[in-house]
Design a protein around this ligand. Structure first.
Ligand SMILES: NC(=O)C1=CN([C@@H]2O[C@H](COP(=O)(O)OP(=O)(O)OC[C@H]3O[C@@H](n4cnc5c(N)ncnc54)[C@H](OP(=O)(O)O)[C@@H]3O)[C@@H](O)[C@H]2O)[C@@H](O)CC1
Ligand SMILES: Nc1ncnc2c1ncn2[C@@H]1O[C@H](COP(=O)(O)OP(=O)(O)O)[C@@H](O)[C@H]1O
Ligand SMILES: [K+]
Length: 519
């Protein structure tokens, strides 16, 4: 699924109309017809049902007017409400409104009314079985206040469900933030391509089911304007898991070293190592302290090496030997942030370069130590490096607050990308995967059951294994791991429920996900 910013969508609309010659009202009609199909399929209104259509005075409102005429034609009872006078519409919406004037009897205009007046007028209407929100679309350019806020509040208070045209009114399609107030939709029919913000939080909580409507934007227009992002989901994953050659052996499919797992957080590295194991790596060497090695030995396939002593000190020679054995490195889960951890990270970043996943405590160390961050930048200049911060870690790396990061997750991800030429996996309920030479990946797999400590550790191991499978495309390697991780989380939830979706339950489902997608 291609994703765009609202600005790009507007530009695609404009070029389709001006350069290709598709009349604007044809696009509006396609949007309304697509929305009608979704409405009928999802809501199944009863014959003759009263269906409210609340329209702003831009083209989003025009879509609403066109939809109302189609509902009338099918024998429903549209209640068409305009926020202003039809003269404020653009030419296309005006044309549909002329038709509506001749067909629809139940028409209302709220021009001249203040917020209280809008509320009173809407509350005086007889109840509808469904409300269509055509107040504001991609033209939203400021917080929703006053009379529009009153209209949104009215929709949110109705017992009837709300069907949003293009977007619930009040959502910023770029960031996914609510501008003031926003409609709570059960279903959203979005026109052209879904907007990036629609896959982010908090937007996802307002959109309900997201149904993209093809309004006939030609591929050449799409490609000329450019698609900013892809949704990472089962459709995207199809065909991306390569077959393993018949002559493969344990030394040819990836030797992964993992550094961390020091007491008391020994389990973190074992989970990461299990991620690498079930991600398909051939040989797995956890480099840890004596207690971490005990934890890793609970999994027979792992080959732990103590690289820290009983007092926590780093044994640099042992670390060097471990690195020499490995193709790919994960550093951070359960590493700690003390002097020995710093030494280990510095050693790894400045040793012979190899593809490296930097996670957890190692990210905190990068945030605290300029020289280590610079070493990571130098490493990223010669081999694939993947950074996997959650919002707290990203905030530390950017020296910002978590709220600032969350207010525009994509911008925050890009800000880190501007400082280091790595792949950034910004983990959250809607993980963003970014690299400077690739589109964004916005993950649609996974679920709230994955809000359990250790899930990120498993992911870092999976990414390391995936880097071995896709050495020339680290963005794709990371995106595949993120998508597979979420799909395994979804399979786990299906089997054991949300609350018992532990990292262990997710790991148990990885096999099923690979079987479904492996070539
Ligand atoms: N182009 C095409 O061919 C196609 C477009 N399509 C449809 O068009 C929609 C975009 O239409 P659009 O650009 O007319 O903007 P829209 O979202 O209706 O807003 C209108 C006006 O609202 C105002 N306004 C803004 N913020 C506000 C606020 N917070 N509170 C109150 N008012 C606010 C502001 O006007 P102002 O008040 O500043 O004069 C703004 O100009 C798109 O989402 C899709 O549904 C489809 O038909 C497919 C083909
Ligand atoms: N609500 C959710 N929906 C989808 N994925 C989630 C959700 N909550 C957590 N995750 C995923 O779980 C992982 C959590 O990682 P992280 O916060 O680093 O955990 P830990 O450090 O405990 O291993 C991330 O990959 C994140 O995307
Ligand atoms: K809308």
């Amino acid at each position: 699924m291609h994703l765009v910013t609202p600005e790009s969508m507007r530009e695609m609309d404009r070029r389709t109309i001006e350069a290709i010659g598709v009349p604007a009202e044809v696009l509006m009609e396609r949007a309304a017809r697509g929305a009608l199909d979704v409405l009928l399929t999802h809501f199944r209104p009863s014959p003759g049902a009263r269906i409210g259509v609340l329209c702003g005075m831009g083209n989003n409102g025009g879509d609403g007017v066109a939809l109302a005429t189609m509902l009338d034609h099918l024998g429903y009872h549209p209640v068409l409400v305009l926020m202003g006078t039809p003269e404020r519409f653009g030419p296309e919406a005006q044309r549909f409104h002329k038709v509506a004037e001749n067909l629809i009897g139940d028409r209302h205009q709220l021009n001249g009314l203040d917020a209280a007046g809008v509320r009173h007028a809407l509350s005086s209407l007889p109840p509808c079985q469904l409300w269509c929100d055509a107040l504001l679309g991609t033209g939203l350019d400021r917080p929703v206040e006053g009379r529009f806020a009153s209209a949104v509040k009215f929709l949110n208070e109705q017992p009837a469900p709300v069907f949003a045209l293009d977007t619930p009114s009040g959502l910023d399609g770029r960031t996914g933030q609510v501008l003031g107030i926003c409609t709570q939709a059960e279903v959203t029919a979005t026109f052209g391509f879904p907007k990036i913000g629609q896959l982010l939080d908090p937007a996802r909580g307002f959109i309900g089911m997201l149904c993209p409507i093809d309004i006939g934007i030609p591929a050449r227009v799409r490609d000329a304007v450019g698609v900013e992002a892809f949704a990472l989901d089962a459709d995207w994953l199809k065909g991306k898991i390569p077959a393993r050659p018949t002559h493969a052996h344990k030394g040819s499919v990836g030797k992964v070293a993992l550094i961390g797992g020091r007491a008391p957080t020994t389990g973190a590295l074992t989970m990461a190592a299990r991620g690498a194991l079930l991600g398909g790596a051939g040989l797995i060497f956890p480099g840890t302290d004596p207690q971490g090695a005990l934890s890793a030995r609970t999994i027979a396939e792992l080959m732990p090496r103590p690289i820290f002593g009983d007092a926590g000190e780093l044994h640099a020679d042992a670390l060097s030997q471990l690195l020499d054995k490995s193709d790919t490195l994960v550093i951070g889960p359960g590493l700690g942030t003390d002097q020995a951890a710093r030494q280990a990270l510095r050693h790894c970043l400045t040793a012979t370069p190899r593809p490296t996943v930097i996670d957890a405590d190692a990210l905190t160390l990068l945030a605290q130590n300029r020289d280590l961050f610079q070493a990571a930048c130098d490493l990223a200049a010669c081999v694939p490096v993947v950074l996997t911060p959650h919002p707290g870690e990203l905030a530390r790396l950017l020296d910002r607050s978590v709220d600032e990061v969350l207010s525009d997750t994509v911008a925050a991800t890009r800000e880190l990308l501007a400082r280091i030429s790595a792949v950034i996996v910004h983990k959250s309920a809607a993980t963003v995967v970014a690299a400077s030479d690739s589109p964004l990946g916005l993950n649609r797999t996974g679920n709230p059951g994955m809000a359990t400590g250790g899930m990120g550790d498993v992911l870092s191991g999976l990414i390391a294994a995936s880097l071995n499978d896709h050495p020339d495309n680290p963005w794709q390697a990371a995106a595949i791991a993120v998508c597979v991780h979420g799909l395994a989380g979804d399979a786990a939830r299906k089997k054991v429920g949300t609350r018992a979706t532990t990292p262990g339950a997710l790991l148990d489902e990885l096999g099923g996900v690979w079987r479904r997608f492996e070539a």
